[in-house]
Design a protein around this ligand. Sequence first.
Ligand code: SF4
Length: 644
Amino acid sequence: MLKLPAQVTEFFPYNSVRPHQDEFVTTVYNAVRERRSVLIEGSNGLGKTISSLSACIPVAIEKNLKILYVSRTHRQHDRVIEELKAIYNKHHVAGVSIRGRSEMCLNVFAARGAFDSKSLMEVCELLKAKSRCPYYVNVDERTYDYLQLAQQIATRPYMASEILRICKKKEVCPYELVKSALADAKVLALSYLYVFEPSIRTAFLKGLETELQKVILIVDEAHNLPETAIDISSSTLSLFVMRQAELEAIRFGNKDVENFAHFFRAEVEKLTEHINREEIISPDSIIDIIQRQGNVSRPKEFFDSMHNAGAAIKKSLLAEGKNPRSYVFAMSEFLLKLNETLDDNAYINVASRYFNKERNKTAKLEIVALDPAKLTEPVFSSTYANVIMSGTLQPLEAFARITKLPQNTVRCVVPSPFPKEHVFAAVCLGLTTAMEKRTPAMYQTMVERINEVAENTPTNTGIFAASFQVLNSLIAEGLENKLVKPLFHERQGMSSKANEKMVQDFKACGGKGGAVFLGVQGGRTSEGVDFPGNQMNSVIVVGIPYAEPTPRVKAQIDYYEKRFPGLGREYGYVLPAMKKASQAAGRPIRTLDDRGAIVFMDCRFAAPYCRNFLPSWITNSMKTVVDKKGDLGREINNFFQVQS
Ligand code: SF4
């Protein structure tokens, strides 16, 4: 007998619940039924996806709402649909996972030519209008076959990858087919952008024929949200784009824009000449340069005219059957945003010099957003209810305040379902990557202790360093030679394809003697890849990944200090670092059967202040180990011997 609300039991597809899963489901169901938001931490292995779906679907059906389930990766979107399929066996609920047009388009000419989603949309609309896309023609003809397919997709759960496969076979546009299913789908799994990027959201909701008030929003992996919101609201203008805008203006015979792009690029070169890495600059000084030196008396009017010129260039390119990319358009968008955010202290302007891919020194201007709530608050305050969940959200109050969740949001930390004896967690005293202690001797001791962990771990060990500097220092102090097991390590600038291949090779060693993986915290492997079972038995978190105190980091701290007096450093500096450490620490333990050792190789993690930021399923049984040769290895050995 399931201990779940009766309405939820109708949809929950499994015969039993995991430890504490009923608490998770009931908390979400009660909050959403009362039209309240809920901020809830639950560890991996709890079944957050099925729990949140089963709790929200009865309310969505009763109140005629849609569920938008946002998360980061395609894999996570497909996982939502997998669970919806399990629900479908009990109760017919339709849903789709959605990918952008660039990933759904079958037309090679359109998909290869466009350099961003906007230009692909324009190419696509043109091809459709001229009946030059055969995949759209097959949609437009509305054959019996097509209508049957559309009906099928609209009434059952389908993953984007399944729709793509079917459409390739039938030569029908998958993007259009998904669009036709949206009105009937109860659950949509999609990326953050569809909900939090204002212009994409407006267009998407229009296509969905609904509004935020009729949406239950589920945000998965929500610890990523503040950073994602900041990324979405920030913009960049490089010297390269300015040069291309000048060339484009020459080609299209627009002397005013040509002169301006030439002048502005020269000014930015001058401005950044003496900058070492980055500096905050006043946006007024940029507008002043444009007005005085550039003789542009009304900058806003000029930027608008540049924007119109860019739009006209895109149109001409389209008419010529070319990719409608316009650098004039891109440059004007940046300048309009600069003008719009002039008096807004939630943005700063940064000028920086850096090396491009060709290793040449170049420069750029950036508008850097400091306040995630600018994007999150309008969403959270408009939806029917929000379910904000992750395995690493503590302290909940900080997340609620940073993203401006509604005042009456329910807060809950659900205990971990893992048996205590499955997890070994320890902090190594005497070791640290604190700046003043980064000596060769410190790294040599770390290499010794890492080797003790790897030697006593049955198969694979992961190491996540605070930065590439720490990673490289471990290698410089002989990590590879010291280890008996093979070492795989991330390299700065490594392509995602090469990284993926290396991770697969490392995982494969889990079945044959084991290996060691060395990456960085906050990197693509420490946050985006799971290592269940023997793919990673032990993980070592080396150092706290505090950001370098760059001008933008200091500005973020100052901004939060003004918004939350006394908490600026905590919210702008400590919290992001501890989230990265928590994410890395959780890599080996993903399912209830997993057993793993988590070693924090930095004594600062032992301080009560730092422990507050780590998930309680780790800190509950966390011990400290003094730095004595052999002690750590013995602890790890005891843990795995008891398990075997
Ligand atoms: S109609 Fe579909 S296949 Fe054709 S260009 Fe547009 S997105 Fe691509």
